[in-house]
Design a protein around this ligand. Structure first.
Ligand SMILES: CC(C)(COP(=O)(O)OP(=O)(O)OC[C@H]1O[C@@H](n2cnc3c(N)ncnc32)[C@H](O)[C@@H]1OP(=O)(O)O)[C@@H](O)C(=O)NCCC(=O)NCCS
Length: 161
């Protein structure tokens, strides 16, 4: 299965919101309203990509870059519609290929909630390194207290393709 990435547009927002709202995902990713997605899509610091396999859309990613950290590209969000079917690993590989081929990123990085072992496994088994904890970096609504992120990254030199 070859994964293709395409620039997302307003017509993709319904799919993106449906992915964010899949059961159990609320513990791991934010659920933005339509207006917020529209605004971020128009913001040049953000790039939205939809992953497809030629038959259907599988998921999406949001990338963020800021002048504050040149050549550090932040993976703000990655979500597949149907988890546990091997889509996420393939989408992440295609995305990493795309990032290092199409941007000037030296370091591709993210923050994953500490209590998301599936995502942490997917990143680690795809060559990403855990850099440390972002202590109490967000408010965990489900647990009624602050939770921590694990910060992870992969360098261009570590991506062998
Ligand atoms: C994270 C996400 C993108 C991964 O995609 P996916 O399609 O579910 O992942 P895959 O099916 O490709 O691979 C899942 C891997 O995790 C493993 N896994 C599943 N549950 C696990 C757990 N509780 N602990 C550790 N590993 C786990 C599977 O065994 C598999 O690894 P393997 O191929 O080495 O056996 C997807 O689950 C998702 O969208 N989750 C909700 C949103 C989210 O968490 N996004 C990431 C935010 S940082």
């Amino acid at each position: 299965m070859t994964i293709h990435l395409r620039r997302a547009g307003a017509a993709d927002i319904a799919f993106i919101m449906a992915c964010e709202r899949r059961p159990d995902y609320e513990r791991f990713v934010g659920r933005w309203p339509e207006e917020k997605h529209r605004a971020r899509m128009e913001d040049p610091e953000f790039r939205y990509l939809v992953a497809e396999d030629g038959v259907r859309d599988l998921g999406f990613a949001i990338l963020h870059e800021t002048w504050m950290r040149p050549q550090n590209l932040y993976l703000k969000r990655i979500v597949v519609h149907d988890a546990q079917q091997g889509h996420g690993k393939r989408v992440l590989a295609a995305l990493t290929d795309w990032v290092f081929a199409n941007t000037d990123a030296h370091r591709f990085w993210l923050e994953v909630v500490e209590t998301n072992p599936r995502a942490r496994h997917v990143y680690a088994s795809s060559g990403w390194t855990e850099e440390g904890m972002v202590r109490e970096g967000y408010f965990d609504d489900a647990r009624g207290r602050r939770g921590s992120f694990v910060q992870m990254s992969i360098l261009k030199s570590e991506w062998p393709r």
